[in-house]
Design a protein around this ligand. Structure first.
Ligand SMILES: Cc1cc2nc3c(=O)[nH]c(=O)nc-3n(C[C@H](O)[C@H](O)[C@H](O)COP(=O)(O)OP(=O)(O)OC[C@H]3O[C@@H](n4cnc5c(N)ncnc54)[C@H](O)[C@@H]3O)c2cc1C
Length: 385
């Protein structure tokens, strides 16, 4: 049996951030992933300035954007009509997860983390795990950063997410040859899915096109996707469309138990309005590692969950407010009123933009948006449980 201070399961943004942060504090860390890297992850790859700041703080260097596209202009559409084009917005970076995640893993290994990527777990207990054809590893603290289908969450709570509240996204990577490179905007389409939206994100050499939203009201998500592809002038037949769950506002108030912590998608930390998850994954990974290190320092690994929960208070508060605000933006019966307000009010548009770019937090947005909404809409929202 090989003993570590901390085992991190999953080497996405949450796992690499957690492992790096703990290793930098002198802890022995094993980082396990069933995938061998580089690996892909279905994702729009939109990386905000907030994510960039987290990245810098955790990994001690700026993110490499050589292979990314950066835009300061975005188009919003609704029901096939252009609503607004916002110029001079805070920069939005469109990354490829293949590059981004591999670089984060490299930072973790450079910090001294033991590399167990490309290894499947065959047995998992509360303090140890067995790798298929490999050793048994044990640790005082385990961090489950193994994504939305987390085996660690399943072990703790019997299931990794709630099918009634989970989100789902579909995407294709459209080659540039199928589009006019000059007409290659960064674009968001409200109403491309029910309780969700569509996106067209320019990359170097391709465009990531997708639709996503709550899964329950969208049993026909593939139809939404094909319709959206036709709207963008893309061939929708014989194209391989890939899908993945995303915890769109489906966070766990207590993400773990005693010395076992969940971070990133495994803890449900995805913005319920924008769908942004990379930044929350990195930040929660860092906070989980901080809590784990502090619990180990006081020789009380079982207190890690209480320390972690306290660290997550602000993030949870933000996500809770966002989940309430989401009703205004996405609920079919109010969406038209929201779209009208969005079309008329430059302030609401800019606030939405600053939110997407990670410049403003939800409490401020809620204050500003709510003062601009028609009174009947506010009353209707207040009446909704
Ligand atoms: C269609 C779609 C579009 C999205 N677009 C954006 C976007 O544009 N911007 C944004 O910020 N967010 C976006 N998100 C959300 C974002 O992808 C996630 O929030 C983010 O990847 C979460 O990071 P993570 O480290 O928690 O999990 P992941 O990135 O999912 O990483 C989990 C890791 O755990 C590993 N793993 C899983 N199970 C096991 C196991 N049993 N044993 C060992 N390893 C395991 C996996 O191989 C993986 O490497 C999108 C999501 C979807 C589905």
């Amino acid at each position: 049996m090989t003993q570590f201070d901390i085992i991190v399961i999953g080497a996405g943004p949450a796992g690499s951030a957690a492992a790096t942060w703990a290793a930098k504090q002198g802890r022995s860390v094993a980082l396990i992933d069933k995938a061998a890297f580089p690996r892909t992850k279905l994702c729009g790859g939109l990386f905000t300035e907030r994510s960039r700041a987290y990245y810098h703080e955790i990994f001690g260097q700026d993110v490499d954007l050589t292979h990314a596209v950066t835009r300061d202009e975005i188009a919003f559409w609704y029901d096939g009509r252009e609503l607004a084009v916002l110029k001079d917005i805070p920069p939005l970076h469109l990354t490829m997860r293949l590059d981004l995640d591999t670089t984060m893993l490299t930072h973790a290994l450079d910090a001294g983390v033991e590399d167990y990527t490309g290894h499947h777990i065959s047995e998992l207990t509360e303090t140890s795990l067995k790798l298929r054809n490999g050793p048994i590893l044990s640790a005082a603290v385990i961090i489950g950063a193994d994504g939305v289908n987390s085996v660690v969450a399943k072990q703790l709570f019997g299931k990794s997410f709630d099918t009634k509240t989970i989100g789902f996204g579909l995407e294709i990577e459209a080659p540039l040859s199928e589009q006019n490179p000059k007409n290659h905007p960064l674009r968001i389409d409200f109403a491309a899915a029910t309780w969700g939206y569509g996106w067209s994100f320019p990359k170097q050499g391709s465009t990531t096109v997708g639709v996503g939203g709550l899964r329950a009201p969208n049993p026909d998500m593939k139809d939404h996707m094909q319709r959206y592809m036709r709207t963008l002038g893309l061939p929708s037949e014989e194209v391989k469309i890939k899908g993945h769950h995303l915890p769109f506002g489906d966070f766990r108030p207590t993400p773990g138990r005693a010395h076992i912590l969940l971070a990133g998608d495994a803890a449900g930390l995805v913005d319920p309005i924008t769908g942004e998850g990379i930044g929350f994954a990195m930040k929660s990974g860092q906070l989980a590692a901080e809590a784990a290190c502090n619990a180990l320092k006081s020789n009380a690994p079982h207190t890690a969950i209480d320390l972690y929960k306290a660290e997550l208070t602000d993030m949870h508060r933000n996500l809770r407010i966002a989940r309430n605000l989401r009703r205004i933006i996405f609920a079919p019966r109010w969406q038209k009123a929201f779209i009208g307000t969005f079309r008329r009010s430059g302030t609401v548009r800019m606030m939405y933009m600053r939110l997407l770019a990670g410049e403003v937090e939800y409490p401020e947005l809620a204050r500003r948006v709510l003062t601009r909404l028609p009174r009947y809409l506010l009353n209707a929202i207040r009446r909704t449980p």
